[in-house]
Design a protein around this ligand. Structure first.
Ligand code: C2O
Ligand code: CU
Length: 550
């Protein structure tokens, strides 16, 4: 195994990813940042210099389990103190599993400012994938706002509440297109929005006729669920969150924030032209234009726009097709890791939108998470008993017999908390995510849930209220896929199982930036006594001031 060394400088720069000029967080001048390439078993070392003038940061390696290095998870408030402006922090971890993963800022809502990227871990020498392809391409999808993150964060935590709203554009590998004419006719607009800016020329994916490409598609949107489509081509889904999928064919791929997929695309259409690649917002009524890229068949010129109309993608509220895709994702034959037959503990999490002293929040069983100043990992390891509420355990359930998930909650008040679930080391835990109506009539949202430090088996999805007797018997224990991010569909439930076998403290949260910011998260701890000596670089904040020695 090798050591892969990366040296990154994080800073703000003016960029025009959708033609509109905006401060963007870049890594070595780029957003998305450089792709981390490594081989299974390698150690990745990333030296991060925070050159943001006035903001802290932290970077999370999404999908990497951090076995033995829980302090490198990059989650501010949970596993480390923030990296202060001017400071350099070194992340060091082993990539123990081949596949497609992501990285992004994990400090407030900073991710949406552009601090995002992809991690590709290849198989060890001599091993090969159970499918073949000629070329490998990366496609990272994001949504983009013209307002700054701090502006948005302040709106979310104000009375009256100001929602972030729909994004101005959606980006494919950091490129999209905003309609500059919406800003008015004046000449001065050209300064801030120009469609001739090379930052926003569409991404071009070049293929050779007859060849098969593996597209590694990841989503790090802040809000949007997307549908990805290539005009005139079908795709075969083969990987999800680093695990092989029993292959199935799709016309469009739904992808939730925090997920990765690999699809195989064969260049078997009309060789004399280029095709559109499109992404469109689903799940929420969109007001964001299609995202466009070009599929370029060699030897056609790469920038020739197809003369056809870009496919608009599925309608936003076609929920049943999204659910069918969720149901279709199963572990690939020959690569099935069967889950333990039963759980030692079942935690049911009711997802609701609430108010708390007039503020709008999201909560689980009516508790909205507020991260403590002293990161949990440090507080537990150093037994800093006043750092958070370590005396109570958050609720394991909600009053399901008396709760109507189809109407606005009778009592919308939530409480804020920072207590965490203590899991027995090596125990098997089931989590049932239960969706419900928001505070708006006839509205239930989609939440992509992401677990740090583990992969979980996706045991099932269903509509309505989860019933232990009826639904508990129908869970898939035969060939469930292992993932790290999974959607919870409107008015439905999602059942997961994982083994609490990774000593550390791990957050489990909705991957929508604003929902996470508004408290949509819980924290698990397991085996903290087995965690090795914490590096002093993660210390320094809250109750650990003065702990840090050079
Ligand atoms: Cu990709 Cu805690 O997130
Ligand atoms: Cu959410």
């Amino acid at each position: 195994a090798r050591i892969r060394h990366y040296k990154w400088e994080i800073k703000y720069e003016y960029k025009s990813p959708d033609c509109f000029k905006k401060l963007t967080i870049t890594i070595n001048g780029r957003s998305p940042g450089p792709t981390i390439l490594a081989q299974q078993g390698d150690t990745v070392v990333v030296e991060v210099k925070n050159s943001l003038p006035t903001e802290n940061t932290a970077i999370h390696w999404h999908g990497i389990r951090q076995r033995g290095t829980p302090w490198s998870d990059g989650t501010e408030g949970v596993t480390q103190c923030p990296i202060l402006p001017g400071d350099t922090f070194i992340y060091k971890f082993v990539v123990d599993k081949a596949g497609t993963f992501l990285y992004h800022a994990h400090y407030g809502m900073q991710r949406q400012e552009g601090l995002v990227g992809t991690i590709i871990v290849s198989l060890p020498e001599g091993e090969s994938e159970p499918f073949t392809y000629d070329h490998d391409h990366n496609i990272l999808l994001t949504d983009w706002y013209h307002k700054s993150t701090s502006d948005q964060a302040i709106g979310l935590s104000s009375i009256p509440f100001v929602f972030v709203g729909e994004p101005q554009s959606v980006l494919i590998n950091g490129r999209g297109r905003f309609n500059c004419s919406l800003l008015g006719p004046s000449n001065s607009v050209k300064e801030v929005c120009s469609t001739t800016n090379s930052d926003c020329s569409p991404y071009v994916l070049t293929v050779k006729p007859g060849k098969t490409s593996r597209l590694r598609i990841g989503s790090l949107t802040s809000l949007s669920t997307l549908s990805f489509q290539v005009e005139g081509h079908k795709m075969i889904v083969v990987e999800a969150d680093g695990h092989y999928v029993e292959p199935f064919e799709v016309e469009n791929l739904y992808i939730y924030s925090g997920e990765t997929y690999s699809v195989l695309l064969k260049a078997n259409q009309d060789l004399s032209r280029n095709y559109w690649i499109t992404i469109n917002v689903v799940g929420r009524k969109p007001s964001t234009p299609l995202g466009l890229a070009i599929l370029n068949y060699l030897p056609n010129p790469p920038k020739t726009l197809p003369k056809t109309v870009p496919p608009p993608g599925p309608v936003w509220n076609h929920t049943s097709s999204r659910k069918s895709q969720s149901h279709a994702i199963k572990a690939r034959h020959g690569f099935i890791q069967t889950p333990p037959p039963k759980a030692d503990r079942v935690i049911v999490l009711l997802n609701t939108q609430n108010t708390m002293d007039g503020y709008t929040k999201w909560s689980l069983n009516n508790v909205s998470l507020t991260l403590p100043i002293t990161p949990y990992l440090i507080a537990l390891k150093y037994k800093l008993t006043n750092a958070f509420d370590d005396q109570t355990s958050p609720p394991e359930n909600y009053d399901s017999a008396n709760y109507d998930i189809y109407s606005i909650p009778r009592n919308v008040n939530a409480t804020s908390g920072n207590a965490i679930y203590k899991l027995d080391f090596n125990s098997t835990v089931d989590v049932i995510l239960q969706n419900a109506n928001t505070m708006n009539p006839e509205n239930s949202e989609t939440h992509p849930w992401h677990l740090h430090g583990h992969n979980f088996w996706v045991l099932g999805f269903g509509d309505g209220k989860f019933d232990r007797e009826r639904d508990g018997k129908k869970l898939n224990l035969v060939n469930p896929i292992l993932k790290n991010t999974v959607p919870l569909h409107p008015y439905g439930w999602t059942a997961l199982r994982f083994q609490a076998d990774n000593p550390g403290v791990w957050i489990f949260h909705c991957h929508i930036e604003s929902h996470f910011y508004m408290g949509m998260a819980v924290v698990f701890q397991e085996g903290v006594s087995m965690v090795g000596k914490l590096p002093s670089s993660i210390l320094g904040c809250g109750a650990t001031k003065g702990f840090r020695r050079p």
